[in-house]
Design a protein around this ligand. Structure first.
Ligand code: NAP
Ligand code: MG
Length: 411
C-alpha cells in the first residue's frame, strides 16, 4: 500500500507519562502505516526541558510560527513534588502557557459527541465550545508571600517615564498577594477569534466576566468584546440569525446548564481552564472526549488533547499493568492537526484520511460498542467490550482500514 504524501511538515511536540506512551502507540499504529509523515520533532519530556533550561519549549513554539501547524502531547507542569520526582533544577513554567503566549492564541475546546453517550445535563443537544483566552491573567502573574503586617502598592511605569501608583488595602497580618495583567491587543484578538470561530461553525457567542466587581479589569474585557462585535461582526451575525450575549459569570453558569448548547462560550483564561473540564465531563463523563485547538490571529494552529499526562495510569503502566486509558483525545489531536495541514496545503487526501480516522474512533464506540473503562461507565447499554488502550487502538485500526478501503483513500 502506498502512503499519503505530505508537502509541508507538522510540528510534533512530544510530552510526558501515559499521554506520551499513548502518543507513541497512536503514531505507530494509526498514522505511520498510512501517511508519509513529515514532522519537525520537539521533545518536551520534562527532563529535556530541564536539560535545555526550557529553551526547547520556546523553540517548539517558534517552529509553529515557521510552519503554521502543530500537534502537542500533554506535558507535566512541574510543582515542588515533580521537581523531586524527576530531580529537576527548578519548577519550570507551564509549557502550555509559554507556547500559548508566544502564539497569542485562543483555545477552543469542543466535546466529541457520541450517540451512545448522553450528556449529564439532559438539555444539552448541541456542543458548547469553550473558547479560552490563552494569554495573561494568573498564568503569567506574580505572587508574593509576606510574613508580617505591612502595605503594598502597584506601580506602573510607562516607556515614556510616566508613573501611576495604586495602593492595596492595608495588610493586617501575614499573607499573600498577587498581581497580573492583560493587553488590549490580546483581548481584541481573543474576541475576534471567538466571533470568527462562531461564524465558521454557525454558533452564538457568550462572553462572561465579573465587571460589577472587577470594575477596571473585567470591565475592559467587556468593553473590547462589545467594540469588536459592533465594528466587525454584528452585521454578519444578524444576517445569519446568530447572537452575541454578555453575561455575568455566575449568571452564565446557571444559564449554560439550562441551555440546549450550540454556542461558543468565550472565557477568560482561568474560567476557561475550569469550565472546559466541567463541560467535558458533563458532556461525556470523560475529559478524554474533548478536542482542544488553538488558533492565533496570525494563523498559527496547534491541536492537543484536553487531558493531562494521566499520571496515575502511568504509574500502573510502569509496573507492567495494562491500563484502559482512553486515547481518543490523542487521536483527535493528530487528526485535527493533519486535517489542518491538509487544508492549508490543498492536500485533500490528507484531509480525508484525518476524517476517516475520526470516523473510525466513532464507529468503534458507537457501533462496535468497544470502549475504554472511563466511558464504559457512562455509556448507554449495551457495552460489548471494555478494553485496554492497545486493544482500543487495534479496533480503531480495523475500522480505519475498512473506511480507507471503502473510500479508496489510498491507491
Ligand atoms: P489528567 O492527566 O487530566 O488526569 C486526571 C484524571 O482524569 C486521571 O487520573 C484519570 O482518572 C482521568 N483521565 C484523564 N485523561 C484520561 C484518559 N485519556 N483516559 C482515561 N482517564 C483519563 O490530570 P492530572 O492527573 O491532574 O495531571 C497530571 C499531569 O498532567 C500534571 O503534571 C499536569 O501538570 C499535567 N497536565 C498537562 C496538561 C497539558 O499538557 N495540556 C493539561 C492538564 C494537566 P482516573 O485516574 O480516575 O482514571
Ligand atoms: Mg483545566
Amino acid at each position: 500500500m502506498r502512503k499519503i504524501p505530505m508537502d509541508k511538515p507538522i510540528i510534533e511536540i512530544d510530552g510526558d507519562e501515559m499521554a506520551r506512551v499513548m502518543w507513541g502507540w497512536v503514531k505507530e499504529k494509526l498514522i505511520l502505516p498510512y501517511v508519509d509523515l513529515k514532522v519537525e520533532y520537539y521533545d518536551l519530556h520534562v527532563k529535556v526541558r530541564d536539560e535545555t533550561n526550557d529553551n526547547i519549549t520556546i523553540s517548539s513554539a517558534e517552529a509553529i510560527k515557521r510552519w503554521g501547524v502543530g500537534v502537542k502531547c500533554a506535558t507535566i507542569t512541574p510543582d515542588a513534588e515533580r521537581v523531586k520526582e524527576y530531580n529537576l533544577k527548578k519548577a519550570w513554567r507551564s509549557p502550555n502557557a509559554t507556547i500559548r503566549e508566544i502564539l497569542d492564541g485562543t483555545l477552543f475546546r469542543a466535546p466529541i459527541i457520541l450517540k451512545n453517550i448522553i450528556p449529564a445535563v439532559r438539555f444539552w443537544r448541541k456542543p458548547i465550545v469553550v473558547a479560552r483566552h490563552a494569554y495573561g491573567d494568573i498564568y503569567s502573574g506574580v505572587g508574593l508571600k509576606f510574613d508580617e503586617p505591612g502595605e503594598a502598592e502597584l506601580v506602573y511605569r510607562s516607556v515614556s517615564g510616566r508613573e501611576v501608583r495604586i495602593k492595596l488595602p492595608k495588610l493586617e497580618s501575614s499573607g499573600i498577594l498577587q498581581a497580573y495583567h492583560n493587553l488590549d491587543s490580546s483581548i481584541r484578538s481573543f474576541a475576534r477569534a471567538s466571533f470568527s470561530y462562531a461564524l465558521n461553525n454557525n454558533l452564538d457567542v457568550w462572553f462572561a466576566a465579573k465587571d460589577t466587581i472587577s470594575k477596571v479589569y473585567d470591565a475592559r474585557f467587556k468593553e473590547i468584546f462589545q467594540e469588536v462585535y459592533e465594528s466587525e461582526f454584528r452585521e454578519e451575525f444578524e444576517k445569519r440569525g446568530l447572537k452575541y450575549e454578555y453575561y455575568l459569570i455566575d449568571d452564565a453558569y446557571a444559564r449554560a446548564v439550562r441551555s440546549d448548547g450550540g454556542f461558543v462560550w468565550a472565557t477568560k483564561n482561568f474560567d476557561g481552564d475550569v469550565i472546559s473540564d466541567l463541560v467535558a465531563s458533563a458532556f461525556s463523563g470523560s475529559i478524554a472526549l474533548m478536542t482542544s485547538e488553538l488558533y492565533s490571529p496570525q494563523g498559527y494552529y496547534l491541536a492537543e488533547a484536553a487531558h493531562g499526562t494521566v499520571r496515575r495510569h502511568y504509574y500502573r503502566w510502569l509496573k507492567g499493568e495494562k491500563t484502559s486509558t482512553n486515547p481518543t483525545g490523542v487521536i483527535f489531536a493528530w487528526s485535527r492537526g493533519l486535517r489542518e495541514r491538509g487544508r492549508r496545503d490543498g492536500n485533500m487526501q490528507l484531509v480525508s484520511y484525518a476524517e476517516a480516522l475520526e470516523e473510525a474512533v466513532k464507529h468503534t464506540i458507537e457501533e462496535d460498542r468497544i470502549m475504554t473503562q472511563d466511558i464504559a461507565r457512562v455509556a448507554e447499554p449495551p457495552v460489548n467490550a471494555i478494553v485496554t488502550t492497545e486493544e482500543f487502538i487495534e479496533s480503531v485500526k480495523r475500522n480505519l482500514e475498512k473506511i480507507i478501503e471503502k473510500k479508496r483513500l489510498i491507491s
